[in-house]
Design a binder for this molecule. Structure first.
Ligand SMILES: O=C1O[C@H](COP(=O)(O)O)[C@@H](O)[C@H](O)[C@H]1O
Length: 237
């Protein structure tokens, strides 16, 4: 793990403005450097304000931006739990290229769903320009959870970018199997941000960072695999 910098905000709105500005800068730099931007971005509820702020920017050519959910829930793409569906709702009308990790033909088979997502991702250019990570209060990030797929998600081969995940226990917020980008895929990004809010998540993240590579928290394991500087954005509410 390289250097970590914390950016603190009183409100989620203030944080969203800053994060959207910084993501905008990553997109601009990527477009200048290689004519396209490839970003992995989180699902869940934390990014909603950030995505709304990003859409206010008039200077982004979304047709040159590829958005990949850091993870998704194994549900139909129009299900309210779908992270792809969230991105489509925000950025679809701007014609961003939104890559789904979920193939609806494999909803009953997490391992096959992971293989199909991995094959789809291998058609993109790597590395990512940005991995923007959320985190649950239980310390999961993307959909890297404790369970039978945890080791493959954090310690699997560098060439494997997505896998199917059967969280054990299933998380209350969205109790379904998942597909996630692996720690090596996330760690290969040129830029890494973590975006969280609230005192409980901060306590968990600080503890995970203290524990390091053997952390019991998925976020601790993922951060330990990174070797670029990491910006952590935290809002009190
Ligand atoms: O299940 C998920 O949870 C995390 C955190 O979500 P939040 O609602 O607490 O912000 C999210 O980062 C991840 O992408 C998502 O699928």
């Amino acid at each position: 793990m390289d250097e970590i910098e914390w950016w603190e905000f009183d409100s989620a709105k203030d944080m969203a403005e800053q994060v959207a500005g910084d993501i905008g800068f990553v997109i601009e730099s990527a477009l200048e450097a290689h004519k396209g931007a490839r970003l992995a971005v989180p699902g869940g509820s934390t990014p909603d304000l950030i995505y709304a702020e990003l859409l206010k920017r008039k200077d982004i050519d979304w047709t040159k931006v590829t958005l990949i959910p850091t993870d998704d829930r194994l549900v139909k793409l129009d299900d309210g739990l779908s992270n792809y569906g969230k991105l489509e709702g925000f950025f679809g009308a701007r014609k961003a290229d939104i890559v789904s990790l979920i193939d609806e033909a494999a909803l009953e088979n997490p391992q096959e769903a992971g293989r199909l997502a991995d094959a789809r991702l291998s058609l993109l250019q790597w590395p990512l320009d940005l991995a923007c990570l959320g985190m649950g209060a239980d310390g999961h990030t993307a959909s890297i959870f404790p369970g039978p797929d945890f080791d493959a998600a954090v310690n699997g081969p560098r060439t494997r970018r997505a896998i199917g995940v059967r969280p054990d226990p299933l998380p209350d917020a969205a109790p379904v199997p998942r597909v996630t980008l692996t720690a090596p895929a996330l760690a290969s990004a040129r830029t890494v941000m973590i975006v969280i809010s609230g005192a409980e998540k901060r306590r968990v993240l600080e503890q995970a960072l203290k524990e390091g590579p053997l952390s019991s928290y998925p976020i601790g394991r993922v951060v330990s695999a990174m070797d670029v500087p990491i910006d952590i954005y935290w809002s009190a509410e």
